[in-house]
Design a protein around this ligand. Sequence first.
Ligand code: ADP
Length: 440
Amino acid sequence: MDTDSAEESPAVARRSLIADRLRAGSLVLAGGVAANILVDWRSRPGGLAPVAWMYAVSLTLVVLVQLATRERRLVPSMVPFAAIVITLWNAVFCTYAAFAPVPIAALAAPSILVVMSAALFLPWGVRTQTCVATVCVLTYAAVAALTGRPLDLAGAYAMLSVGAAAVVSCVGAYLVEQRGRLIDEQTASLREMNRVMREAGVKKDEFLASVSHELRTPLNVVLGYIDLLLDHSFGPLEPAQRDVLHRITKNASNLSHLINDLIDLSRIEAGRLKVEIGRVDLNTLFTDLRGVMEVLLNGHDVTFTATVAPGCAWVQADPDRLKQIVSNLLVNAVKFTEHGTITLHAAAAPNTMVAISVADTGIGIPPAAHRAIFEPFRQVHDRSRRVPGAGIGLSISSRLAHLMGGSLEVASEAGEGSRFTLTVPAIVAENGAPPLRQVS
Ligand code: ADP
């Protein structure tokens, strides 16, 4: 996993949680303001005018919060600033109320709005939230006491409402903090699981690399002795004995390829596989491959053609790895094509690339499996078809293509053949002159 995003994710998750709360809270507040406006307009002595500015400020806040949290983001530094502004605003308002010639109960609604704003708008954590709510309630109570008016029913109701708003504010903050803590815990445990899985992956790669290496050495010795036997170094052989030795060689070579693929895969996984980029002549490569295909298609009802479009013969690639990829694509085409044609073609592609395509008229691959075939050990066809292979050739080929600055893609439908396209950087001949050095 990317470390940066891993570090960022809890904070981002928490901020979007807070932003959600702000959006919902501001809408609740808008509803509260609307209800209060209605009540004040119908029954407030002196009408709506003296407190209209309070409502206007609150509704402006609602709009600002909706705009500020549109993308579910929040600036953390706004929290202490907002805490101070809200507390001061409430204190100024209460002081104004103490000297205003209106009954103290009439102050309740706007004052509750102040505390509710603190409750619903500002995600400042339980401690700060409790301080702000307590200061707001105490200021309101002090102002009520300072006016020297007796506490009537309306006043008691107002006091109760302000207190309730303060409690809501603290509970809201507590719930947000709890969810934040839960997110932190889950993130920590996911990170731990990720670390354990990465360690297990490294151990698996080391095991694969060492076992493959240990298998390859004795296998090469076996193949060497078979060569000596076939060369008559230990005396002449009967035709039947030669036949058996050829079969042993064929199977041992398959095993050797598989082991080499496993070693490549473990090197790629560990990021240790390097490619040596040089100039490669596709005409030479295709001539080699024509010879290989002649042997592979011997006895098959399949025709093979290999062509290079004019001006596309030279590419920038690791010659051995390029041959490995194209051979793998051709071997697959042979495995999955019973009748028809297999074509190998190189043509110019956009951005100074050359597209080397291997197309067959075989059984094809359903689009749903196009991703899976590039994953290690994935075979998408029925195993009862008994085609040899471990399902790692395409995953190695695709990663090698990327290491060489290119890509490997598939276009196929079930029953309609397949086309694999490998793109590699082209070498454009300068002033029509051929490239200087040939690697392959
Ligand atoms: P394998 O050794 O099994 O061929 P690959 O990684 O080369 O491993 O291929 C993975 C799978 O993709 C194959 O098992 C097969 O199911 C599918 N596949 C690859 N090439 C072709 C093709 N030309 N036609 C149909 N299926 C293919």
